[in-house]
Every structure is written in C-alpha cells, then in structure tokens.
Write a protein that binds this ligand. Structure first.
Ligand SMILES: NC(=O)c1ccc[n+]([C@@H]2O[C@H](COP(=O)([O-])OP(=O)(O)OC[C@H]3O[C@@H](n4cnc5c(N)ncnc54)[C@H](OP(=O)(O)O)[C@@H]3O)[C@@H](O)[C@H]2O)c1
Length: 284
C-alpha cells in the first residue's frame, strides 16, 4: 500500500534526520517533495549522494546557500527538526516568520519540551523520540502531541514515523520513561551482546566464531519472536520455556541468570536514566 505524505522540510539531517529521510525514500512512500537542509556543504553533498535517483528530494547547505531554510520551508506541511537539542530554540526563533502557518513542526530533540516550542512558534508542534534502529526501518518512536494538535495532525505524524518502524502515541509526561526503554534500549542489547561475546571468547572460541554465535543468536531469537508473535501471539516467556527442557542445561543457566534478579536490575537502570533525564531538563 502506498503511503502518501505532503511536502516535507527536514532541517538537520544527521544521524536521526538522515534515518527518517531514508524511511521516506522507501518505494511505498510518496511525498509531495522533500527539502533537506544541513549546515555544511559536505553534509549536504552526502545527502545528495545518498538520495541520488530519488526525484523530488533537494539537499541544501546553509554554508553555500544562506536562504536554504527559507527555500525548504516554502510550501512545507511537515517540518522535521533534526538539529541538536541546544539548537532547537534558536532555529525556531529564526524560522518563526517564514514557517507556513499550516505547517506541523515535529522535533526529535531530546529534552526540548512542547511548551518551549509552543512559546516560540504559533504552529502545531509535536515532540518525538525515535531510536537508532530507525536506520534499518525497525525503530520505535514515541510521539507526543502539542496542545494545538488535532487527531488529523497526529495521524499524519504517525504516518511519518511509521516509515521507519513502530509508533507509540503518548502524553509528553511519558516521553522520558519511553526513552529509558526504547531510546536507550539498543545500548542495553549491545551491552548484552558484548558480555556474551566475551564469555564465548573465554570458552575458547575465536573472535569470528564468538561474533557469529552471539550476534546471529540475538538476531535469530528476535526474528523468531517477531514471527511467532505475528502468527500466534506467542510471548517471549513461552519461547524461553520451549528452549528450556526440564533438568536440562539451559534450565541451569537460566536459574543462575534469574538468581541475579534481572528484573530489579532493569528497574534500577531505567530509574537511573529517568533521574538523568530530569537533571538534563534542569540544564545540568
Ligand atoms: N541519534 C540518536 O540516537 C537520537 C535518538 C533520538 C533523538 N535524537 C535527536 O536527534 C537530533 C539530532 O541528533 P543526531 O544524533 O542526528 O545529530 P547529528 O548527527 O549531529 O545531526 C544534526 C544535523 O543538524 C545539522 N544542522 C546543524 N545546524 C543546522 C541548522 N541551523 N539548520 C539545518 N541543519 C543544521 C548538522 O549539519 P552539519 O553536520 O553540516 O553541521 C547535522 O547534520 C537531536 O536533537 C537528538 O536529541 C537522536
């Protein structure tokens, strides 16, 4: 099914803005045009290269074209802010007078609140928190609507982020909590992969063997879970039980892991991340 989106401006297409841009380039997505801006010509040239062959994508650099932002905003109905959080207030001040009144402003900046954005521009605003697997189309994005947003606006923003994965709509008060799970989550998974790989090395496997065993196991287990969920709503606990024969070797290993109270450990880890989000919101 083809996904239809209006004209889009992406102001700042580095890692995250670039990931969302790549989702918009998939064959199932049709937009009325995308204009991307970055600060440096080098970055703009990189975007031009990666979007070559996609009609309707324009990549501009402020360095070589001081009017790049104005050009990008002309006719845009969705304006995605992909700059670093500290730059968002200044960028909003700068574009306030050129933003089309009917453009929806969507920020992916961590820690920049809806109230801050609504105080700076009269437009409908959304705050979103994507994660890095968006780069491979398997992201999770939490989306919080601003006070001026309608259900129609929310549906459009959902469609935008669904091009790079799953979307969870939530009140802004839950954005930081979501971030401790899906935002930081890829780092938790990478840590587990690192640790299990180190254990494989200690068991005498070489680097390549260890890498294959661990990374393919994480990937395979995730794919298996996704398939079983889709086909018969089987949950991870059930899949774990299927690998864990009574009195078998896995049962022994799982017993050791569970005795470490992993659940409490994850509670503490996410609580620590939540405290840090609060500190950052206070400018610490
Ligand atoms: N990366 C993540 O995992 C992640 C996850 C969730 C949310 N986010 C949010 O995503 C935002 C961007 O993070 P990132 O990691 O993608 O950073 P990044 O890779 O540094 O991208 C920022 C981009 O903004 C461009 N830029 C700077 N000033 C600009 C301006 N005035 N107009 C247009 N473009 C401008 C930069 O261009 P030049 O390089 O040419 O200077 C750069 O390409 C942040 O607000 C962050 O909180 C990131």
């Amino acid at each position: 099914m083809t996904v239809l989106l209006p004209q889009i401006a992406i102001l700042g297409a580095g890692s995250m803005g670039g990931a969302i841009l790549s989702g918009l380039l998939s064959p199932e997505v049709e937009t009325a045009g995308i204009t991307v801006t970055n600060r440096t010509e080098a970055k703009a040239a990189g975007v031009r290269m990666s979007t070559a062959g996609h009609a309707g994508v324009v990549s501009l650099a402020l360095e070589s074209d001081p009017d790049a932002t104005t050009t990008a905003l002309h006719g845009a109905k969705l304006v995605l802010l992909g700059v670093k959080p500290a730059m968002v207030p200044k960028l909003l001040r700068d574009i306030r007078d050129t933003l089309p009144p009917d453009a929806i402003v969507v920020s992916v900046a961590a820690g920049v609140t809806i109230a801050t954005m609504e105080a700076l521009v009269p437009n409908v605003v959304f705050r979103a928190m994507p994660n890095t697997p968006s780069l491979v189309g398997l992201g999770v994005t939490g989306v919080a609507a601003g006070s001026r947003a309608s259900d129609e606006h929310a549906a459009l923003v959902r469609t935008l982020f669904e091009t790079v994965g799953a979307v969870i709509e939530l009140p802004e008060s839950q954005i930081d909590a979501l971030s401790t799970i899906s935002g930081s989550g890829p780092a938790y998974v990478f840590l587990l992969i690192e640790q299990l790989t180190a254990t494989a090395r200690k068991l005498g496997f070489d680097e390549e063997q260890s890498r294959i065993m661990v990374e393919q196991t994480f990937r395979g287990a995730s794919e298996l879970l996704a398939r079983e969920r889709q086909q018969s709503d089987v949950d991870p606990a059930e899949l774990r039980r299927r690998v864990t024969s009574p009195k078998g070797t896995t049962e022994r290993a799982i017993g050791v892991l569970q005795s470490a109270d992993l659940s409490e450990l994850f509670d503490r880890a996410t609580a620590a991340a939540l405290v840090r989000a609060g500190e950052m919101a206070c400018g610490e």
